[in-house]
Every structure is written in C-alpha cells, then in structure tokens.
Design a protein around this ligand. Sequence first.
Ligand code: PA5
Length: 356
Amino acid sequence: MKNLVDSPGEVSRIDTSGMLDVVKGFPGQIKEALEIRPEPARMPSADGINSVVVLGMGGSGISGDVVGAACAGSLKVPLVTVKGYHLPDHVGPDTLVFAVSYSGNTEETLDCFGRASARGARLVAVTSGGRLAELALEGGVPIYRIPPGFQPRASLGYLFVPIVSALEQMGAVSGVARGLKEALPMLERRSEEYGPDVPMEENPAKRLAVGLVNSLPVIYGQEGALAVAARRWKAQVNENAKVPAFDNWFPELNHNETVGWQNHAGICSMCHLVMLRQPEEHPRVSLRVDITSELISGSVGHVTQVYARGDTGIERLLDIIYLGDFMSVYLAIELEQDPTPVTRIEKLKRRLADAG
Ligand code: PA5
C-alpha cells in the first residue's frame, strides 16, 4: 500500500493550509527577504559594538541561532540569542540588539526590547507588525517589515535574512549575504529533490519521516551549525507533527547523555536517534560519533545518520535545515496531522493574556 506522503489526494486532505507549499517556497523566501529594506532606512552604527543580541522565541528565536551559524568566521563579536525574559547584564549602549518576533506580540521579546531600549542599546526590529512594530515606530527604531499571514516557523527566510542584511550593511560581517545568494540554486534543486512529487524510495525527507513514525525522535547535532540544525529539527517535529522530540549535540552529550541510555530499556527502545553529520567534521567529533553509536546502539530503537550536503558551510546549514523542514511536514502527513495549527501555543498565549 502507498504511504500517505506519496498520495497527492491524501496530502491535500491532511495539509489543509498548504504547509508543504510554504516549505517548498523557502528558496524564494530567502530571495525575497534579501530585498527587504529597513524603514526608516537610517540604521544604528555597529562601530565599537561588544556583542550582537537577538531577542526572539520559538520560530522567531531560531533565526538568531541560524544567523550565528551562518556568520561564524565573519562576525568578530559574540552573538547571543536571548529566549526568555532575562536581558543579559552586559547589554547596553555598545550592544546591537535585534528584536525578532513574527507576530510582534510575543511578551518575552517585548519585555527585553523595552529593557534594551531603556539601557540605550542600538536597536533593530524584524516583524510583520503587532506591538513590536508600534514600539519601533514610536522609538524611531528601524524595522524590517516582513509579510504577514505565515506561521512563524514557516517564515525562517524572512526572519533570519534581514539580520544578515543589516549586519552586512553595518559592516559587521561580509560575504554572508553573497553566500546566501549563491546557495539559492542548490536550495531550488533540493526543493525538487525533497518535494512531494518525488516518491519515497528516492526522497530522503519522506524516507526519514516514515522511519520516525511511532518513535521518539532524538536529534544529535555537533557544536556549531549542526547543533542549530538539530534544534530546528526538534522544534519542527514538535510543531508540525505534534510529536515529542529532543536534541543534543556532540561533544557535550558525551559528558552526560551517553550514560543516560543505560536504563529504562522500554523507553530507550522507542527512541530513534538521528545523527546530523557533515563531510568535514572535527576529527575527534567524528570519532566520538562512531564510538557513541557503537556504545548505545543496543539501547536505542534505531540510529540513522544524515549528512548535510553542499559546497559551503552556508549551503550545508541550509540544506540540512531544509531537509528537516520537509521531513517534519511529511511526518505530520503520515500521522494524519494537519501541520499548520499550533492550537496549544495559541491557547497558552490566550491564557497568559487573560491572566494579565
Ligand atoms: O512557531 C510558533 O508559532 C512559535 O514558536 C512562535 O514563533 C513563538 O511563540 C513566538 O511568536 P512570534 O514568532 O510571533 O514572536
């Protein structure tokens, strides 16, 4: 019998809001986002900054992690993504702060934005509107205004590319926007390779999804870009497929989690470990992945290795994120779960608002 992911009728019955089409449009989204200009055009200077801080939660917050990975090697100051209510003490007049909220109404981000403003930080906003846009307009803070009507997690291109453009414009990084442009033909090819028209036998995203049905996905990345990709895979599986998933990264996990597979055999056997890999790994990390796989393969249900593909670091980062995005939507379809709604997040936000 055909898998649901290979049946166009079933795909459109389940994916009622067309998440798959939005995911397919990722290369176009990056292209479009590269053209977005801030309003007003006057940007803060990056001269003498001690750090870059990205404020954002969930589908918006991951943009900070992606920028950190994409700009590694070019950005000469630390980039910190703040995912919560606490604005680090070092944030002040010499900090460049990006407040990123797709809706513009996320309370943690608004809270930190207010405090960063009070401390005289150099501010930029990325949003489709909401309270963040209002506050930015009132304060003369430049806004990268992104199109409304998408789910935040389905807007990754719109959310992270403006930060890269801003850093380029300020001279804080160079060559990263060009790297994104050069990655577009590769992403367009992947949008076909991972897309719905390619059947499961030839489609790695569909195969991965089908392999994850009825298991607890545990995604292992590696320090740097693959740790960011692992976090994105975990969150996409959570929000699109509505399935619990966890992530961790080498080498840190060798100092704790590796031991944690020794007990609770029933639970461990339900886990499907996905190791995210890349062609040029730190040799000691490669060795760690091999040894760890051997040590724990008898405890976990399955281990799958997935390699990022591409000629540059940016290409590999985008390729593996893209593969995970498709996979998470196919997993939703196999589970007959509409990937778009995130009812619990909405309920939670409503209850918090009602609580004042
Ligand atoms: O994917 C989601 O809907 C969430 O993770 C949101 O991104 C998160 O709640 C933050 O909202 P926003 O992106 O609108 O700031």
